[in-house]
Design a protein around this ligand. Sequence first.
Ligand SMILES: Nc1ncnc2c1ncn2[C@@H]1O[C@H](COP(=O)(O)OP(=O)(O)OP(=O)(O)O)[C@@H](O)[C@H]1O
Ligand SMILES: [Mg+2]
Length: 259
Amino acid sequence: MSKRIQVSDLDIFYGDFKAVEQVNMEIEPRTVTALIGPSGCGKSTFLRSLNRMHEVVPGGRVSGKVLIDGEDLYGTGVDPVAVRRQVGMVFQRPNPFPTMSIYDNVVAGVKLNGGRMRKAALDSLVEETLRGANLWEEVKDRLNRPGSSLSGGQQQRLCIARAIAVKPAVLLMDEPCSALDPISTLAIEDLMQKLKAEFTIVIVTHNMQQASRVSDRTGFFNIAGTGKPGKLIEIDETSIIFSNPKVPATNDYVTGRFG
Ligand SMILES: Nc1ncnc2c1ncn2[C@@H]1O[C@H](COP(=O)(O)OP(=O)(O)OP(=O)(O)O)[C@@H](O)[C@H]1O
Ligand SMILES: [Mg+2]
């Protein structure tokens, strides 16, 4: 069985501080994996290690392996910029380029990658991508308005459009709905269901209902105490994690009996 992502013996450091220890994880293509766990257990740190965003922090480094489609992201000579094209990311706060138009936001990544396309090809990419992001109907008459003119939920779908326009293999999402109202949250969840036909999605969420609604598999991270590294305690099918996990701490966490 081919794996899209294979993580082995991954340790993640901020300088001397080991924030995450010994993660082993395999992720199949076209699935949604939810990562859950208490604050500070290293979910965001782990997510950023999957597209080499972690090393942007001074002192940020990893040991171990992360394979995407069999290629080691941390192999010698691998260009982190190329990795980030292959593994896109959507953040907690919608961060469209505020003064750039909706249209230009969608194609920003494509242009950054040096893609030169004719206007007609760009137009159809913008339409196809915005349709893919469930945003087209809401913005088709105002593509030249700034990204900041959209509602928060629309801005987040615009950021998803920007991320998928470059056709990454993997889409990482760090609490993508935490700044959104319930309706916009459901819109993003619907979108994730649709996107998984094409992309492999890894999402960090504090919302247990969201994890159970959107994901195929769920990984529970935990931390033994302040200053200790976070660990992946258990990863399994989402229905198992929420109904019959193997580790008692997982059960305590998903049933809200924690700390
Ligand atoms: N830039 C940084 N420099 C040093 N330490 C950091 C940095 N970012 C995070 N950490 C530390 O790494 C550990 C894991 O943090 P991380 O943000 O990954 O947790 P998290 O599980 O995403 O938490 P939350 O649910 O609150 O977002 C924490 O101890 C945190 O203080
Ligand atoms: Mg986080």
